[in-house]
Ligand binder design. Structure first.
Ligand code: RP5
Length: 168
């Protein structure tokens, strides 16, 4: 398909509205990199038909990487990966009962043949999923490559040489 300025290149999906405070970090990071993206609630369990529709049409709509966040019995990333050739990055969202260990294990332990690139639990995973998505796109996009270089330089410049006392 031909890609216009407005074509969304990364799809962020999450199992519930309750995942948004974490998944927003992926959205914010993609925005910082100037990468067009969309954010949708797609539940493997509560909206299975929506998931099938999303995964099966993503590639033809121009989506090149999917970031899927879910918590608990986190089947969303794996089920999405089973229905699309688009690379899927999984973000385990912290659960109340098991602190996200359940989410992590559900996402990372995929059977051979259906890969999901699994990130850290929570905010760090959401940010890194966006950066990794950017790095994948940057292989064929010099402006995204430059944006990632810039992001990293700013991160490095923001690290103080010495620690200071901060207000408690
Ligand atoms: C999962 O169940 C979602 O990804 C969410 O992390 C978890 C809890 O969902 P809610 O009960 O808060 O909607 O499907």
């Amino acid at each position: 398909m031909s890609m216009g300025q407005d074509t969304k290149r990364v799809g962020i999906i999450m199992g519930s509205q309750s995942d948004w405070p974490i998944m927003k970090h992926a959205a914010d990071t993609l925005a910082e990199l100037n990468i067009p993206f969309e954010s949708k609630i797609v539940s493997a369990h509560r909206t299975p038909d929506r998931l099938v529709e999303y995964a099966k049409t993503a590639k033809d709509r121009g989506i090149q990487v999917i970031i899927a966040g879910a918590g608990g019995a986190a089947h969303l990333p794996g089920m999405a990966a089973s229905m699309t050739p688009v690379p899927v990055l999984g973000v385990p969202v912290e659960s109340k009962a098991l602190k996200g260990m359940d989410s992590l294990m559900s996402i990372v332990q995929m059977p051979g043949g259906v890969p999901v690139g699994t990130l850290a639990i929570g905010k760090a995973g959401a940010i890194n999923a966006a950066l990794l998505a950017g790095q994948i796109l940057a292989l064929n996009d010099t402006s995204i490559a430059a944006a990632i270089d810039d992001w990293r330089q700013k991160q490095t410049a923001a690290v103080a040489a010495e620690p200071t006392d901060l207000p408690e």
